[in-house]
Design a protein around this ligand. Sequence first.
Ligand SMILES: Nc1nc2c(ncn2[C@@H]2O[C@H](COP(=O)(O)OP(=O)(O)OP(=O)(O)O)[C@@H](O)[C@H]2O)c(=O)[nH]1
Ligand SMILES: [Mg+2]
Length: 182
Amino acid sequence: MSSTTKRISVVLLGDHGVGKSSVATRFATNVFMSDYSIHSKQIQVSRVSVDGTDYDIGVIDTNATMTTQNDDLITKGDAFIVMYSVTNKDSFLHLPLYLNRIYELRKDHSKSIPIIIVGNKCDEKRREVVYESGQLFSDSISCLFMETSALDYTNINHLFDIIVREWISFHPEENNASCVVV
Ligand SMILES: Nc1nc2c(ncn2[C@@H]2O[C@H](COP(=O)(O)OP(=O)(O)OP(=O)(O)O)[C@@H](O)[C@H]2O)c(=O)[nH]1
Ligand SMILES: [Mg+2]
């Protein structure tokens, strides 16, 4: 199967401290990074199976600051997770900065690139952003939405499963499955 395994690059974007590295590491290694100073690898690859087909998911971590390196990653990404923390309203309000950069750099393809809005740290009792705000915002820009917790593992595998399914729905010619409904 390895020669035919498809590779999907998923780029993680979002403000400083929202949990991008923690979600990437949790998905790839099942470890939670409780120490903020630990640096995860920039690219972590995990194999997932969706409806009998294997996919190598390259999870690409970025810095919060918009750099030319991030622009390069945005240009090459197959799918995007744009993340905020439910404990930090500013990180939610900054989502358009990241989304607009994707739309700018991927003008030709922005309608066929999976983008999912993720509210991380949903384990926290002390919230600044309620679930409904995340859902409403995502609906308004026709993006998928999910809350996750890298700490207690909520929706981590589900998140990447949804991304692969969304990617398949945009690339039916590259998938063996006849029909995939999310
Ligand atoms: N409670 C809780 N804390 C989390 C969660 N995810 C990450 N954290 C904590 O939030 C802090 C920041 O997490 P990181 O994964 O380093 O955030 P980041 O988005 O990669 O930050 P930068 O690399 O600085 O942009 C760390 O102290 C993590 O332990 C979560 O789901 N729940
Ligand atoms: Mg990080």
